[in-house]
Design a protein around this ligand. Structure first.
Ligand code: FDA
Length: 490
C-alpha cells in the first residue's frame, strides 16, 4: 500500500468536480482529482456508436445496458456508461474523466426562474440568472442549432416530425440549447470533417463535436499546470483523522476492473463530486465502515427529476417515419410546464439505431411529488433506494395524457417495442438530491459537522429541477466554489 499526502483532493470528474478543479487551480492551489473511470483522451481508446458497441459501451459488463435493444455482447472493460439497478428504478451514470458529460445528450437547459426559486428559496435567484447561469453556459460552450440547418438536414427529420405532431396536438415546442458544437455538425453534414453525432455516437461517448468537460472546464484547469488527474482510481471509503484531515482508501484498477494497487491518500481538504449516487454512497458507506460522522439528512430528498420515458409507434409510417438516419443530439422539446393538471417538459429524443422503426421516443421531465430515500446496506455492500410506483404514478398519468393527445391528433399507439406497456417509469438519467444544499450541508456545500469536507455535485439539488440538470449543477458548483475559495482557502 502506497501512502501519499495531498493538500486538496476532489473525488469525481463530472460537472461539480470539474468546476471545483478549475476554480481552485486558477487560484494557484494544487489539486488532485481522483476518477474511477478511464481518461479516454490519454488512453487512445475510441468511443463507439450505439449500433456497434465496443470498449466504451459499458462499465465492466458483458452485455450492453442501454434503455432498450440490448442485443450486444461485450468484453468486460471500464466503459463510459454504467447502470445501477434498484427494484423499481434503474439509474444510468457516466464513468471516466468528464463523468456524465461523456455519455449525456448535451442538452444545456437553464431551469425556469420560478421553479428554481421554488426549489431553492434561500438562494439569490437574481444573481443566479444574471451571473451563475450565464457563466456556466459560457464555460460549457452552450450553443443553439440554426433553424436553416434543422429545416433541411435529413438527420433531423425525427425532430421535424416530432414538432409538427406536437403542434397538431396543440402543444408548444421550444428549441433546446446543447453543448454539441453545431458548427461542427454542419461540417459533418457536408462531410468536411469526421462524423460523430451524425454517425450514431452519443451514450457511449462522442469522438468529435461534443464539448464534454474534458474539452472545457478540465482542459482549462489542466492548462494551469496545477491539476493532477488520477484515473482508474476508485475510492472505497473515507475516514476522518483527529487533526480534521481525511484519509482516502483507494483501489487502483486496470481496464478489466481488477485491483492492481491499493493506495491511501491523506488530504487536508476533500471535495466529494462523485455524482449523486457516488457521493451518497461514499458518505453512507464511510459512516458504516469508518464511523465517519455524517448529518442525519444524508440520503434524504432523493429524486429522479421526474424522468419518465415513453414512445409512440407508427409515427408517419407512410411518409417514411422518423428517418433511418438520425442525429444523436436532441434539439426540440415540448413545454407543457405551465399546465395546471398535467405539467411536464418533453424531450423529442432521437432513436439512432439505423432502423426506420416508425417510432418516436420521448424523455419526460415531470414535477416530483414524493422524495425517495437512499440507505446503505452494509451486509450486501450496496445502496438501497426507497422508491416504487407510488413515486411515479402522477408521471405515468402525465405520459398517458401526452400520448393520448398526440395519438388523437396524429394517429399512432403507445410503443410496446420500446417499453413494457409503452411506459419506461424505471428509466432515470437525472438522479438528484440526497445531500441537499442547506440541509445536509450549509448554504455552500460544506458538509454539516465538518470543517474540511465539501459536497459539490447533483446531490445538492433536492430531487427535481424541471429540466435536464447539468447547467444547474454547474451553476451551483460555481456559486459554492466562489464562497469556499474566498473563505476557506485564505
Ligand atoms: P457525474 O455523475 O457527472 O460525475 C461523477 C463522477 O464521479 C463520475 O465520473 C464517476 O465515475 C466518478 N465517481 C463516482 N464514484 C467514484 C468513486 N468511488 N471513486 C472515484 N470516482 C468516482 N443532463 C443534462 O443536463 N442534459 C442532458 O442531455 C443529459 N443527458 C443524459 C443522458 C444520459 C444517458 C445520462 C446518464 C445522463 C444525462 N444527463 C443529462 C444527466 C447529467 O449527465 C448528470 O446530471 C451529470 O453528469 C451529473 O453531474 P455530477 O457532477 O453530479 O456527477
Amino acid at each position: 500500500t502506497e501512502m501519499i499526502d495531498k493538500e486538496v483532493v476532489i473525488i469525481g470528474s463530472g460537472y461539480g468536480g470539474s468546476v471545483a478543479a478549475l476554480r481552485l487551480c486558477e487560484k494557484g492551489i494544487p489539486v488532485t482529482l481522483l476518477e474511477m473511470g478511464l481518461n479516454w483522451e490519454k488512453s487512445g481508446e475510441k468511443f463507439s456508436p450505439m449500433i456497434n458497441p465496443g470498449h466504451s459501451a459499458a462499465w465492466l459488463k458483458t452485455k450492453t445496458i442501454a434503455p432498450f435493444f440490448n442485443l450486444f455482447n461485450l468484453d468486460k472493460f471500464t466503459g463510459t456508461l454504467d447502470r445501477l439497478d434498484f427494484e423499481h428504478i434503474k439509474v444510468w451514470v457516466g464513468r471516466g474523466v468528464g463523468g456524465g458529460s461523456l455519455v449525456n445528450g448535451g442538452m444545456a437547459v437553464t431551469p425556469k426562474k420560478e421553479y428554481f426559486k421554488e426549489i431553492f428559496p434561500n438562494l439569490d435567484t437574481e444573481k443566479f440568472y444574471s451571473h451563475y447561469f450565464p457563466l456556466a453556459n459560457k464555460e460549457l460552450k452552450t450553443n443553439v442549432a440554426s433553424e436553416e440547418f434543422l429545416k433541411d438536414c435529413h438527420f433531423y427529420k425525427f425532430n421535424r416530425v416530432g414538432e409538427e405532431e406536437a403542434h397538431k396536438a396543440g402543444f408548444k415546442t421550444v428549441r433546446v440549447p446543447n453543448v454539441y458544437d453545431f458548427n461542427y455538425m454542419e461540417k459533418e453534414y457536408k462531410e468536411e470533417v469526421p462524423r460523430s453525432a451524425l454517425a450514431g455516437e452519443v451514450i457511449y461517448g462522442n469522438n468529435h463535436g461534443k464539448n464534454s468537460l474534458d474539452k472545457t472546464y478540465l482542459k482549462k484547469a489542466t492548462a494551469t499546470g496545477k491539476l493532477e488527474i488520477l484515473d482508474l482510481h476508485q475510492v472505497n471509503h473515507i475516514s476522518q483523522n483527529p487533526d480534521k484531515s481525511y484519509t482516502i482508501d483507494i483501489s487502483v484498477i486496470n481496464t478489466k476492473g481488477e485491483e492492481i494497487q491499493h493506495k491511501i491518500i491523506n488530504a487536508k481538504k476533500l471535495i466529494l463530486s462523485a455524482g449523486t449516487m457516488g457521493s451518497i454512497e461514499l458518505l453512507l458507506k464511510s459512516s458504516a465502515k469508518t464511523q465517519l460522522p455524517i448529518d442525519e439528512n444524508v440520503g434524504k430528498e432523493w429524486g429522479n427529476n421526474g424522468n419518465f420515458m415513453t414512445g409512440r409507434n407508427w409515427v408517419k409510417a407512410f411518409s417514411g417515419g422518423t428517418g433511418f438516419k438520425q442525429s444523436t443530439i436532441p434539439v426540440g422539446g415540448i413545454d407543457h410546464w405551465e399546465d395546471k393538471e398535467h405539467p411536464f417538459f418533453v424531450e423529442i429524443a432521437p432513436l439512432p439505431m439505423g432502423l426506420n422503426v416508425a417510432t418516436a421516443l420521448y424523455l419526460m421531465v415531470n414535477k416530483l411529488k414524493k422524495f425517495g430515500e437512499v440507505k446503505y446496506d452494509l451486509k450486501a455492500q450496496k445502496l438501497d433506494l426507497n422508491w416504487d410506483q407510488s413515486h411515479t404514478a402522477h408521471m405515468k398519468d402525465n405520459a398517458k395524457h401526452f400520448l393520448r393527445t398526440m395519438n388523437n391528433a396524429n394517429g399512432g399507439t403507445r410503443s410496446h417495442i420500446l417499453f413494457h406497456n409503452g411506459f419506461g417509469a424505471d428509466v432515470c438519467y437525472h438522479p438528484l438530491g440526497g445531500i441537499v444544499l442547506g440541509k445536509a450541508t450549509d448554504q455552500f456545500g460544506r458538509l454539516n459537522g465538518h470543517q474540511n469536507l465539501y459536497v459539490i455535485d447533483g446531490s445538492l439539488i433536492p430531487g427535481t429541477i424541471g429540466v435536464n440538470p447539468f447547467v444547474t449543477i454547474t451553476a451551483i458548483a460555481e456559486y459554492c466554489m466562489e464562497e469556499i475559495i474566498k473563505k476557506d482557502f485564505v
